[in-house]
Design a protein around this ligand. Structure first.
Ligand code: HMG
Ligand code: MG
Length: 285
């Protein structure tokens, strides 16, 4: 039987968060519903963050309330603090994620605190979620390069990944936030992180700014990583990472994995339909 690789769908959250023109709640729900029929087991729906920081995610609770949940799909959201966690739980999310950074510059720009402060802030969020039976994913951003601080040391990534893992995050998603990673820098980063967190608890999260996301995913695959984040239609970017383009397109990753003989459980025709919906929501076409 073909080996399974899980794609965690980022389109509705990472994909839409940076859209300059408002996307209606109904359109967000339409996108999530289209994705629910594609065979994903995990969809990141939205973020319970400050609407001052990310206006596009201000309707998080309405989106969660409006989607038609499919059996076997985990619907998750970002929660930067306890307030976000409470709102996410009230909205009935299945899982949440905290998001830290390996670099100080991005931590300050994205969540307005130092890396150390962010870890102290996440600890009660993770503890409360775990106590309520909600799984928590931990993101580490800027795993090879930071838009503010430049190249990032692999040991800085390993340190934050280990801290999030110790806190109780069941999985650590390694984010190439600005899509500047290269096979060599990704590989060096993995050397350090894999010494701190077991490979089966790692995920790869690649943006495709320089067109190297698929190559970088291949590096992770060779090293045993079996969970990857991607966004339908290549939607995306981060408002606090200047120059960051979209996440790697789900259709492209699914096709590459099928070619290599992996099973993703995704249905290509349904992905095409969802990609059409995704593209229709983009103000840049
Ligand atoms: P702050 O300004 O330091 O905190 O923001 P604050 O506590 O002073 O709050 C500011 C205002 O937001 C206050 O409102 C709070 O009440 C409100 P005011 O009193 O001024 O009217 N507030 C909230 N509202 C709703 N939900 C909440 C919440 N918390 C506070 N949960 C904070 C700190 C973390 C809140 C802010 O910086 C923030 O929300 N940042 C989020 C940024 C973000 O979402 N970035 C994109 C996601 S990360 C990403 O894309 C990377 C990733 O994809 C991986 C990769 O690619 O590397 C995951
Ligand atoms: Mg991202």
């Amino acid at each position: 039987m073909a080996e399974r690789v899980t794609l965690v769908e980022m389109g509705p959250r990472d994909g839409l968060q940076n859209e300059p023109a408002p996307v209606t709640t109904a359109d967000k729900i339409r996108l999530v519903d289209a994705l629910s029929g594609c065979g994903f087991t995990r969809i990141e729906v939205t973020s319970f963050v400050s609407p001052k920081w990310v206006p596009q995610m201000a309707d998080a609770a309405e989106v969660m309330a409006g989607i038609a949940r499919a059996d076997g799909v985990e619907y998750s959201a970002l929660t930067p603090n306890l307030r976000g966690l409470e709102a996410a739980m009230q909205a009935g999310v299945d899982a949440v994620a905290v998001f830290g950074s390996a670099s100080e510059g991005f931590s300050q720009a994205n969540i307005n605190c130092s890396v150390e402060e962010s870890l102290s802030r996440f600890a009660p969020v993770v503890a409360n979620a775990v106590e309520a039976g909600i799984k928590v994913r931990g993101y580490v951003s800027c795993v090879t390069d930071c838009p503010y601080d430049g190249p990032v040391q692999p040991k800085a990534v390993a340190r934050v990944a280990a801290a999030l893992s110790r806190m109780g995050c069941h999985e650590i998603s390694l984010g190439d936030t600005i899509g500047k990673g290269k096979p060599e820098t990704v590989s060096a980063m993995l050397d350090a992180v894999m010494g701190a967190v077991p490979t089966e608890r790692l995920a790869g999260h690649f943006h495709d700014t320089d067109g190297r996301a698929l190559e970088n995913i291949a590096v992770c695959l060779e090293r045993g990583v079996r969970v990857f984040d991607s966004a339908i239609g290549g939607l995306g970017g981060c408002p606090y990472a200047p120059g960051a383009k979209g996440n790697v397109a789900t259709e492209a990753v699914a096709a590459m994995l099928a070619e290599r003989g992996y099973d993703t459980g995704l249905v290509p025709d349904k992905l095409r339909d969802a990609a059409t919906v995704a593209r229709s929501l983009r103000s840049t076409g």
